[in-house]
Design a protein around this ligand. Structure first.
Ligand SMILES: [Cu+2]
Length: 371
């Protein structure tokens, strides 16, 4: 990389940016800018030079009345060698910087962390090397639930990409990266963020109706924060659902407003809540001893909290719609249920927790309201 143009592209104003390119988000991105701007200016300079010469000669040697036509020379070895060899040198250089840049983007350092990316119509599904999926979503353009993909600052990450359906293309313009995402095949590239920041992700391969909404956000955060968050998202599926539900409640700040021991906080306590009557503002109460109604109330309270307001509480809970999938919601239900003495058998006492969860499920099924 040319150090002078690098410095100018980083620090310069509009004119220097016009000449040397804008500043990509990493060394590799700036290398790409350098190759691009080099080829661009090479072409501009030669275009102006050649077209200028042509225009000049067309005017100078134009046909004029009374001036006899000149015979043009038909061969000049020196000139022909020069205009063959000289451009070849430049073209060779272009090929070299292009190939070198391409390969250095493809071949990840051996210590790079792999992040799996699956393209689907029309979303990006991300899995980290510990099995965690990033839970955060953000609003980008018309897409209310664009995935937020975290990466650590100062450590290389390699995206290993494949598609569940059609061709997509994973494009992070700030990193000058765009790569096809293909069904039944892995492709990959790597990046390393230099500083914390947010970068937009597009799909760059037309893939159907909502192709333009196939957006995501790449967020570079300090490495320690990244490690902490990534670890907090891991799901050990061998754990009982009640415990998984508890982890989810803790990791998502639910316990900042809800207590589990009985005291009232901003929100209601979950202690002995399940299975008891809940007064609902301006609507029918949640009846006591109706497990299905309660399970539905829990899920509705999470995904659409303002639908039924618990009397005496402020409607301050925000919706978690789209944050949890069905499985996670069922874990939260299992956890909240387990905090009530009405849940049979009492959750904390049965040793094999899987069995207990099964019994809870059966409890839902045997609800009289459904028969
Ligand atoms: Cu796509």
């Amino acid at each position: 990389m040319n150090m002078l143009s690098l410095t100018l592209a980083q620090q310069g104003g509009p004119l220097t940016r016009l000449i040397f390119g804008t500043r990509g988000a990493s060394d590799l991105a700036r290398d790409t800018d350098y190759v691009f701007m080099w080829i661009l200016w090479f072409c501009i300079i030669w275009f102006v030079f050649l077209m200028g010469l042509m225009t000049f000669w067309v005017i100078k040697y134009r046909r004029r009345p009374g001036v006899p036509m000149q015979r043009s020379p038909h061969h000049n070895t020196k000139l022909e060698l020069a205009w063959t060899i000289l451009p070849s040198v430049f073209l060779g250089y272009m090929f070299y910087i292009g190939l070198e840049g391409y390969l250095s983007k493809l071949v990840a350092p051996t210590n790079a962390e792999t992040i799996d990316v699956v393209g689907t119509k029309w979303d990006w599904l991300i899995t980290y090397d510990n099995g965690a999926n990033p839970p955060d979503k953000t609003v980008i353009g018309g897409k209310p639930d664009a995935p937020v993909i975290l990466i650590p600052v100062g450590r290389p990450v390699q995206f290993r990409m494949t598609s569940r359906d059609v061709l997509h293309s994973f494009w992070i313009p700030d990193f000058r990266f765009k790569f096809d995402v293909i069904p039944n095949r892995y492709t990959s590239f790597w990046i390393e963020a230099e500083e914390p920041g947010e970068h937009i992700i597009f799909c760059a391969e037309y893939c159907g109706d909502k192709h333009s909404e196939m957006l995501g956000q790449l967020v570079a955060v300090p490495a320690e924060e990244y490690d902490r968050l990534k670890a907090s998202w891991t799901v050990d599926l061998s754990l009982p659902p009640v415990q998984l539900g508890e982890m989810i409640a803790k990791n998502n700040g639910c316990l900042g407003c809800h207590t589990t021991g009985g005291g009232v906080s901003v929100g209601s306590t979950w202690h002995n809540a399940w299975g008891n009557e809940v007064p609902i503002e301006g609507s029918t109460n949640i009846p006591a001893d109706d497990p299905l109604a309660w399970d539905n109330y829990i899920v509705e309270s999470i995904t659409n909290p303002t639908a039924k307001i618990h009397q005496g509480f402020p409607p301050v809970m925000t919706s978690y719609a789209g944050v949890f999938d069905e499985r996670e919601l069922s874990w939260l239900v299992a956890y909240i249920t387990s905090l009530s003495e009405k849940a049979a058998p009492p959750a904390q006492e049965t040793p094999p927790a899987d069995e207990q969860a099964e019994q809870e499920d059966q409890g839902e099924d045997s609800n009289p309201g459904e028969q």
